[in-house]
Design a binder for this molecule. Sequence first.
Ligand code: SF4
Length: 348
Amino acid sequence: MISAGWGVGSSPGAGGRAGTYDGGVTDLRTGKRVLLAKPRGYCAGVDRAVQTVEEALKLYGAPIYVRKQIVHNKHVVQTLEAQGAIFVEENEEVPEGATVIFSAHGVAPEVYEQARERSLKAIDATCPLVTKVHQEAKRFAAEDYDILLIGHEGHEEVIGTAGEAPAHIQLVDGPDGVDKITVRDPEKVVWLSQTTLSVDETLETVARLKTRLPLLQSPPSDDICYATSNRQHVVKEIAPECDVVIVVGSTNSSNSVRLVEVALDAGARAGHLVDFAHEIDDAWLADARTVGVSSGASVPEDLVNDVLTHLAARGFDDVEEITTANERLTFSLPQELKRDMKAAASRG
Ligand code: SF4
């Protein structure tokens, strides 16, 4: 994992206390250093979704159709395309009877219905933590609540969740969206959220909602997922030390975009999102001593290693990894795929 040209040290933070950073080891020759955020990169839901496509390709053979980008990362999509995945926007682009995989962001119930009508073999790679929010939406709608879904308009996850109970759900797109909402009964309202939002901005939105709706109920457990909040937390820790924070991720990746915003809010002098190392502009580094590096939840570690190698070639070869949490969560593959894998294995 350590590339030629740079070396990495590791720190849990000051005095070994996870979550606090007291300054890293600066390269005395150049004064340049990298603070590498951990956790970063792949989360359990992305890992499962990518594996789902890979295993489906092995089991059924190419082509395998995938509705929407399986995860929001250019490199991942290109790699799976090279292996035989075909990405489509809607089920109607999939030939009747073919296999289609639904992305990690989740789909509305009508998408399953369309797949049934076209006799598609559907495999659902929706992250279980997104499914959890769908279940909450269904439950509160069944109890006739008004549901305020905090999220970004047009994001696939929001479209999927809202599709579970369109008559009950209103979108609240950040603190500025609060004034637009109307509810039937202020005593029977709950908020839910997209899984990949800024934790701080969501708290601000909820606080504003509560000034209008003091009896607003909260979700039974956090909707912003562990991976989103962990990646934001460590970026917040390193940002005040950084002249520039580089986040590896795609522009359509909500959690990656949020990491740049969080870095800037927490005190980084500059922040940039890049898909690939070659997109780093030397001008960003011209006056920098400390560069922070992180990556969104849909980003493979190879791309981060490319960035570290790129930085090392420009004198930033002293890398300290700052760890604020260790993640061990994994999700098993979708049932429908596991069943077919088992059947194939038993046939030998
Ligand atoms: S970012 Fe969170 S909700 Fe999205 S796939 Fe990863 S674990 Fe699941």
